[in-house]
Design a protein around this ligand. Structure first.
Ligand code: SAM
Length: 277
């Protein structure tokens, strides 16, 4: 996969994309990331990328010309052929579709993604209407620029590319994944609909992830749950499912509507809800 990032702050990406899984995926040739300085596509001596808004009002707006020219220089398919070419041009915008694991999974299937980072009061609307084929928001808050959002998308998407993680089963047990093994809808939330490995201890099934512990088993008197150290894999699996349901019910009850629960899960949930009330 190739990801191109269009920004007025290319140095911003020194660091966030140079560590851990992203660095390894880049070095291993799974993902190629190129940063494009929008100012290189200006024609005046001040390298102007912004201008005042028509109609008046606060702040400055990123001009369309450098953004169109930059994206056009990347040999991206025309807007109406992007789906067939497995390409997408994304405008980062607080007004966009909210980014989630399902969208990350959808993007991870593409061959090429261009991420356009806005700044100031935003980007000339013609970029969203005629150049980008989707607008994505990383959450219901306003950031100063699209760069953090672009880094978030690159991270979430790259780790879903087959081979990016050492252990392929780990995406399947993470929060929000709902593969087929636990009654989740493989076409819905989460990563690719592949079979869960037989040695996988659990799949999240669209729930939040279960709690993780490592050594020491007793840290300042705070003990790891006994069930995790006794080596009974069936009990561990049941405990993890129960803990994931509990955590989801407390922190993200909205997710429970989309999870297929067994009769045992439902009984457990009723007990948790009763305590909550
Ligand atoms: N005037 C805009 C509004 O109210 O929606 C906010 C502009 S914001 C200060 C500047 C740029 O930051 C945007 O053009 C966008 O690229 C980026 N941005 C801000 N919030 C974002 C979010 N939640 N998700 C993705 N990008 C965001």
């Amino acid at each position: 996969m190739q990801i191109d990032i269009v920004t007025i702050f290319p140095d911003f990406f020194r660091g966030p994309l140079d560590h851990g899984i992203i660095r390894r995926a880049r070095e291993g040739g799974l993902v190629k990331i190129e940063i494009h300085d929008l100012r290189a596509f200006t024609r005046d001596r001040h390298r102007t990328v912004d201008d005042r808004p028509f109609g008046g009002g606060e702040g400055m707006v990123l001009k369309p010309e450098p953004i169109f020219e930059c994206v056009e220089s990347l040999n991206i398919a025309p807007r109406n052929q992007r789906g067939a070419s497995r390409q997408s041009v994304v405008l980062l915008s607080a007004q966009g579709t909210r980014f989630d694991q399902k969208l990350a999974s959808e993007l991870s299937e593409l061959d090429r993604i261009v991420l356009i980072c806005g700044r100031y009061e935003g980007v000339d609307e013609r970029v969203g209407t005629y150049l980008a084929d989707r607008e994505i928001s990383i959450g219901d808050y306003v950031l100063s620029g699209g760069e953090l959002g672009a880094a978030v998308i690159v991270d979430a998407v790259t780790r879903l590319i087959p081979g990016a993680l050492g252990n392929e089963a780990s995406t399947r047990q993470e929060s929000f994944f709902a593969g087929p093994e636990l009654g989740g809808d493989s076409a819905g939330e989460g990563a690719r609909p592949t079979q869960v490995r037989p040695d996988s201890t659990c799949g999240s099934g669209g729930l939040l992830d279960y709690p993780h512990y490592t050594r020491p088993a007793d840290f300042r008197g705070m003990k790891v749950p006994e069930v995790l150290v006794n080596g009974n894999h069936e009990e561990i699996k049941r405990w993890r499912r129960k803990s994931a349901i509990e955590k989801t019910s407390v922190n993200r009850p909205d997710l429970l509507d989309r999870v297929k629960l067994s009769e045992e899960d439902k009984e457990l949930l009723e007990k948790i809800e009763a305590v909550k009330d």
